[in-house]
Design a protein around this ligand. Structure first.
Ligand code: NI
Length: 171
């Protein structure tokens, strides 16, 4: 395993759409292991393959710090609640910044795991937010295009969100 370089805003690859994985080759397994190491070292809670320069529909998500890192291959959102919620987001590809993004509170999605077994998942709140942020990456979109208000520096306090400031928000 090794860490990989995280591509940052301005890099054209971040605007490209990723492609579905058909077979999980040894190369892709190594990619997933490297993504986990890269995300952990960067203190992130989510990462999409495109962020390390590979245009494949693979995301990893860690909703709780220090706990399980989920791998979702070819994730497809199947339901989004009408109820929405604002929350703070940051991104390992947009270093030192954060902003408020409104997203559905609950989602359902299908994805394959590392054994290429497909399941349907439900997620809400922070978990749903990370999945949606990462799926945006797979579609070539960054959260900075959908923020409410302006982009803040990571150390800024955002009015109305002071209590959320400890939340790990780098995706
Ligand atoms: Ni991100």
């Amino acid at each position: 395993m090794s860490t990989r370089i995280v591509r940052t805003i301005g890099d054209e690859i971040l605007k490209k759409k990723s492609k579905d994985v058909v077979e999980l080759s040894d190369r892709l397994k190594e990619l997933i292991a490297d993504m986990k190491e890269t995300m952990t070292e960067s203190k992130g809670c989510g990462l999409a393959a495109v962020q390390v320069g590979v245009l494949r529909n693979i995301i990893i998500v860690q909703p709780e710090e220090g706990k399980e890192i989920y791998t979702f291959i070819n994730p497809k959102i199947t339901y989004m609640s009408d109820e929405k919620e604002e929350g703070i987001e940051g991104c390992l590809s947009v270093k030192g910044k954060k902003g408020i993004v409104e997203r559905p509170k609950k989602i359902r999605f299908t994805a394959f795991d590392e054994d290429m077994k497909e399941s349907e998942y439900e997620a809400e709140d922070f978990f749903a937010r990370i999945v949606l942020h990462e799926v945006d990456h797979l579609n070539g979109n960054l959260y900075v295009e959908k923020i409410n208000g302006r982009l803040y520096d990571t150390e800024d306090k955002i009015p109305g969100f002071e209590d959320d400031e400890d939340e790990k928000d780098n995706k």
